[in-house]
Design a protein around this ligand. Sequence first.
Ligand code: SAH
Length: 405
Amino acid sequence: MTKGHVHLHPRRAKPLYARHPWVYPAAIASVEGDPADGDEVDVHAHGGAFVARGLYNSRSRLRVRLYSWDADQPLDRAFFHHRVAEAVRLRRDVLRLVGPNQACRLVFSEGDGLSGLTVDLYDRWLVVQFTSLALALRREMFADILADLLGPAGIYLRTERGVGKLEGLELQDGLLRGNAPPGPVLIREPALNGSPAVEFLVDLAEGQKTGFYLDQRENRLAAARYAKGRRVLDAFCYSGGFGLTCLRAGANSVVGVDSSEAAIQLARLNAAQNGFSGEKVAYHKADVFEFMQEAVRCRERFGLIVLDPPKFARTKSAVEDALRGYRRLLTLAQLLLEPEGILVLCCCSGLISMEMLEDLSAQVAASARRTVQLLERRGQPPDHPVVISCLESAYLKCLIQRILV
Ligand code: SAH
């Protein structure tokens, strides 16, 4: 039930009418009715017309997150049930990503009209992440809805660091429903040309994010198409995703590097799980910048390099620093690649655009006097849908380049 009314300044309603879901404080002229954090509110244009209905949080920069543009639609259990069911139908019936040992992103926040809710599916377990206080307050309702739609063995709650401060939200990670898996959960990702699937063990309770980087599923396959016969450097390898998919596609060998000891252990476990011996794959706990620097000194060469760093830029002011990091990585990669080598450059920071990465690649190529062919411009897979009214939901970039000497 609506507990308050938010009135906008003149000319601030347009993107919201177009279904952008975020109302910033600067757009708000007044708040009527003293809504509590998490309450349902109606948003009105300057003239008083109803624009949309959302959930209020005085402690967030996203003061209201919008969910419905229908004045007759309350944001109740039936409404959210319908939204989650829509999201589930895409993954289950259209993309066919729901089944034994499969994994996918089942709900992708703004991409599914559910700003602040992320749900990942790993075999029979769900991992739920709330990035909005209002949805987190409704966590029992969402657990009911998910249990009803999917009948999972268990539902885990994982919280991203930093959300507490952004939303005024304190959540304890742990089991929301059902049972914990007896150990790491086994998932399978497709391999090329009918090769056996690649298996990964996912630690739901302790792994990074919700346990696995599901958003790179199709980029791993795309990279693997170029891997046959090559020596691969999987930089920022986490649990081994890119490198193991390349090995399955016939790569000669893989060197994986990550600064996290836990990640390296998972990568080794996953290599063994897929039957790859120490001759084929080696993992190093190291800083990628230092590792690549040292590899250049030792005149090492790779036929394919994957660069998949974490989000370097979280704020606008950090973009310059992030680009410097990317420039360094690209420069080192060009020095390490064999002639006609392949570079797979990934970026998960929404603040860095495809154009910025291409510009940077061109600059690095020019100063290294190399010719770079852009073979593929890639993004995120369809279980991470980009909603066209909120292009902030497009965050993942993957450029596949061929470097000619
Ligand atoms: N490619 C992976 C996902 C990478 S996520 C996959 O497909 O699953 C980014 C990884 O970079 C994390 O595992 C993190 O531990 C690691 N990392 C962050 N900074 C690093 C650094 N300076 N050197 C090496 N690894 C780093």
